[in-house]
Design a protein around this ligand. Sequence first.
Ligand code: ZN
Length: 340
Amino acid sequence: MRPKIFFSTPFIILFLILVSCQGNSSGTTEVAASLPTVAPTIELPTLTPTITSTPTATATATATPTLTPTPTNTPVVVFATETPTAAVPSGLNVALEERFGNSWWNYDLLAYHIGQGEKRIVVVGGIHGGYEWNTILLAYDLLDTFDGDPTLLPENVTLTIIPSANPDGQFKTTSKLGRFAVEDVSEDTTFGRTNGHEVDLNRNWDCNWEPTGFWRSQPISGGDVPFSETESTSLRDFLLKVEADVVIFLHSAFSGVFPGRCNVDHAPSIELAEIYATASGYPFYEEGFTAYVVTGDASDYLASIDVPAFSVELDNHTSLDYEENLAGLQAVIAAVADRE
Ligand SMILES: [Zn+2]
């Protein structure tokens, strides 16, 4: 902007006067000689500091976790494409959000990580969507309990909670994504069991998979092939990526704890499922779920690849059984933390 002033009308007039007074080429040099009195007012150096100062990357990622945990416990929203490890100050146990995939309707699949220990416990709510909406609210309540509380989790454990593994199904019966209230739940919840593709996501995993599974005596789609659904592949890949030491699936409502089992017993699943059952007070079913034939079950698949897993069935379709499940979860956390 300053150059305009330099060539402003008064200056041009002055220039013309000087040139006309001299009337020869030597006048030019005289004008040039007089320039230094004007030039310093341009003060070009004021421009340079803005270019040279590049304080870009230093303050970025470290800023968010300074949110000190509050009793309201809104999980800190820090999107991370990779599993966050170093972003949280140690000891605070503030939950970090990670998007690990999307649903058939392209809704986010979200996980929340608490703690930084090398042992990993994963809790999965809502794989049966809005039909089992109480498992989603329970998962959020558990998340709120651990979020920001440095005393509840041993240092060598990371707790990862996936509140809603079937956001399409949740949306069908609550018209909400993420957190919702009991009042949001529609009267008829049965249609919220499947994803947007009408597939039962707990009939879509690769253990005894069938294209048509059963929900009690009712046929229900298990997908075109095992892992046909993006929710299933995303969750499987995520669990393998974080190297889960145990995966706990929340269901309702059969009132019991059922270890993953793909045709044969899986001792590590049985052991942890029993610990959860004992602490929570739910009946323990060592032989797994036998009330009716279940194909393509997620916990069964995980057992088949030697990842300890079990399903917890809440007492009914409305209560959260919070105290029971907190006790069960804490017992499993302690058991995993004490391992080699
Ligand atoms: Zn279920």
